[in-house]
Write a protein that binds this ligand. Structure first.
Ligand code: SF4
Length: 335
């Protein structure tokens, strides 16, 4: 079935989020982002540091604070624009219908409260039921069991400093799915975890996705991680989506020179003996290059790339690329 026939859960349209420094210089962190996420899918968003990944999460959840500002665009969740609805209505969506798991779980857990409190927080905020402590505890123990924490009853009495990084991340996942959300956003959920624990957390996210029939946005800077869990992948670079398609197409037929470069620059997936970093560095959001944002680093750049910005266009069905060179590939040569 084509993805166009599936239920559209979230659509980000022409989203611009800028930050302003003390000299009123504009940092164009998101500069016209468009995305669609369909029910039951996992959309992986890949981007280098400073590409705008985390600002995208905060923009979707309307958590951008001064000196940042969402300048324009729409974030349509089941057809409602999250950027314009009343704060009171949004508070009923955030943490209930849309949940967030961040990196560095231990630092985001209140050190003075136990795991019963930490895990049940979104439930208590959104439920109309008045549960007593013993009922909440039962709910939490069941939830901690679902994320495979050993001895969930004992864990529910513990404090953040008594848990490892992996255990804390499991608690945050248990808490994020306690209200059975429609959409889970996992922003770098395995950053700072060692490889074995990271693998366990990724497996857990996959299990949770299936168990709770979640739609998920998974943000990471590692293509290998995203390829395993995502149905579709969007490549974000300097505030723009450069390429977007299903995971197999991105993995086996990448078209954008930046995406192609990532394969040779990622140790876990680069062909043996051909590891090669992408030359140069990510552009400064205060002075973005004219034309294609990737042109100073692109070996295929032509004159036009330096002055005209290529928009994301459909290269083949469901495969979108923003690149002048790709636009010129004749139809009979498209693989
Ligand atoms: S538009 Fe030009 S500079 Fe940009 S990726 Fe394509 S070929 Fe390279």
């Amino acid at each position: 079935m084509s993805s166009e026939k599936k239920e559209l859960i979230l659509e980000v349209k022409d989203l611009h989020t800028y930050f302003y420094d003390k000299d009123d210089i504009i940092w164009k962190i998101l500069d016209g982002v468009n995305l669609k996420i369909f029910k039951g899918e996992t959309l992986g968003i890949l981007g280098p540091s400073g590409s705008g990944k985390s600002v995208l999460t905060r923009s979707i959840l309307r958590l951008v604070k001064f000196p940042g500002k969402i300048e324009k665009g729409q974030v349509l969740f089941k057809g409602k624009d999250l950027l314009t609805i009343d704060e009171e209505i949004f508070n009923k969506i955030r943490g209930k219908e849309i949940s967030l798991v961040l990196q560095n779980a231990p630092s985001s857990i209140d050190p003075t409260r136990d795991m019963t409190f930490a895990t049940s927080q979104p439930y208590r905020e959104h439920s109309d039921e008045e549960l007593v402590r013993s009922e909440i505890k039962l709910l939490v123990v069941s939830q901690l069991g679902k994320v495979a924490l050993p001895e969930p009853t004992k864990t529910s009495d513990k404090y953040a400093h008594e848990l490892s990084g992996g255990e804390s991340q499991r608690v945050k996942i248990a808490s994020a799915v306690i209200n059975n959300p429609t959409l889970l956003i996992a922003d770098e959920p395995v950053a700072n975890l060692d490889a074995t624990i990271a693998r366990q957390i990724l497996n857990l996210l996959q299990e949770m996705k299936e168990k709770f029939k979640l739609t998920m946005i998974l943000i990471a800077h590692n293509l290998g991680i995203l390829a395993e869990l995502s149905d579709k992948i969007a490549i974000l670079y300097a505030g723009k989506i450069l390429e977007y398609s299903d995971v197999d197409t991105i993995f086996y037929h990448p078209k954008h020179p930046f995406t192609q470069g990532l394969f040779y620059a990622t140790p876990s997936i680069a062909p043996r003996g051909r590891l090669k970093p992408i030359p140069g560095k990510e552009p400064d959001p205060r002075s973005l290059p004219t034309g294609c944002r990737f042109h100073p680093r692109c070996e295929y750049a032509i004159e036009k790339c330096k002055s005209e910005l290529p928009e994301l266009e459909e290269y083949k069905e469901g495969h979108f690329v923003a690149c002048w060179r790709v636009k010129e590939i004749p139809a009979y040569e498209k693989e």
